[in-house]
Write a protein that binds this ligand. Structure first.
Ligand SMILES: [Zn+2]
Length: 393
């Protein structure tokens, strides 16, 4: 006995002749109807194409459709679907807003370029107020950046924050006599670390020592120097990719901060570095700037002060020759004079230092870097990522 399923299959494979004839008739009717409908549709199709065929774009589209055998409703598609409609012209206010935003982004990029890394630029520029670094030694200088303009009070003096790109900056000098401790500065605190400077004893002839006693001439010189350092360009006069450089090759004979005794008498702190080299050794500008003063002085001999902007000056003393004049613009590395031993000096050397707002500060902080690099690891935590720009990384 065959299984039911097999028998059922066998039965279905034997259809009678009558259904086949009926099926053929239905097929013929359907094909005929389809042919007539297609002919009518094609006529309508070509008639509809005529009014738009003058457009080159539509002529191309039609040709492409025909060559690909396309018979769907392509001709009913919008004739220029791939063309953007012309944007309406911006209003004056919209144009101004667009240009302001482009200028802001350019300023952000220009300022960020001064920092050591994009990460430190983000971290600093995302803070409302920051001191770079937040801890420093007596005789150091720090750089302050704020989102707001204003004045900072520091050790009895007032410092104006100056606009630069998207922030406001000023240098704050820490006088070498400063006591260690934590000091309020703007919206933050500055830690002055403890440091003991070594001593240096100089023996000079009484004749040479006597020139240090001409207080009248020294006071006259000081007036000229103070006047030259009283005004500074209200911007950083150096580019983001040019670090400060050592101004002369030679032997470091006196480091910064040594307490000096001349013939046994206390003679103050040596707030500079001394670089000994043969007379005539070239001296170059540590950084780009404007010569604020190039003249001969009683104590420091032939001396140059260069303004680097924002109240910062570099000083080069005891030169045998001055190669620039007051008012000259100089580029970093440009020759400005020759090493000598003019003024109160025991031998050919360059006395080199920086002044920030008329306070002498440690030149070692500047060499081979920019003040924007004074940030130390751990000084700032990265600012919260801005959701609008987080994907730009
Ligand atoms: Zn010196």
């Amino acid at each position: 006995m065959e299984p039911r399923s097999a028998r059922h299959t066998h039965t279905s494979k034997k259809p009678s002749a009558k259904p086949i004839v009926s099926l053929l008739l239905v097929l013929i009717a359907v094909v005929t109807a389809a042919s007539i409908a297609g002919w009518v549709w094609l006529r309508g199709d070509s008639a509809e194409e005529k009014p738009v065929a003058s457009s080159e774009a539509n002529a191309d589209m039609t040709e492409a459709d025909m060559s690909s055998g396309r018979t769907d409703d392509a001709p009913d598609s919008p004739p220029s679907a791939e063309e953007e409609p012309a944007a309406p012209p911006l209003s004056e206010a919209e144009q101004a807003a667009l240009e302001a935003e482009q200028a802001r982004l350019a300023a952000v990029a220009a300022e960020a370029a001064y920092y050591a890394t994009p990460e430190s630029a983000d971290a600093v520029m995302g803070q409302p107020f920051i001191i770079m670094p937040q801890a420093a030694y007596p005789g150091d200088v720090v750089l302050v950046r704020s989102q707001q303009e204003g004045e900072l009070e520091w050790q009895g003096k007032s410092y104006s924050l100056q606009s630069f790109e998207t922030g406001y900056y000023t240098y704050i000098p820490i006088p070498i006599q400063s006591e260690p401790g934590s000091y309020a500065l703007g919206d933050a605190s500055l830690t002055v670390l403890d440091k003991t400077f070594d001593s240096q004893r100089l023996e000079v002839s009484e004749e040479q020592n006597s020139i240090r006693q001409n207080t009248e001439r020294i006071a006259e010189d000081q007036k000229l120097i103070d006047a030259a350092r009283a005004s500074s360009e209200p911007t950083f006069l150096f580019s983001a990719d040019s670090p400060f450089m050592l101004p002369a090759e030679g032997r470091l004979t006196t480091p910064f901060g040594f307490t000096r005794y001349v013939n046994g008498a206390y003679a103050g702190s040596h707030t500079a570095i001394d670089i000994a080299a043969p007379e005539g050794t070239p001296v170059v500008a540590t950084q780009s700037g404007i010569v604020a003063l190039a003249a001969n002085f009683y104590l420091t001999g032939n001396t140059i002060y260069i303004d680097h902007g924002m109240g910062l000056f570099s000083q080069y003393a005891h030169l045998s020759e001055l190669q620039v004049e007051t008012g000259d613009e100089v580029e970093v590395g440009e020759g400005i004079g020759l090493i000598g031993s003019t003024g109160f000096s025991t031998g050919p050397h360059l006395h080199f230092t920086f002044w920030a707002h008329n306070v002498p500060v440690n030149p070692n902080l500047f060499l081979d870097r920019l003040p924007f690099h004074w940030l130390e690891a751990g000084d700032v935590t990265a600012a919260e990522p801005d959701p609008a720009t987080a994907s730009d990384d």
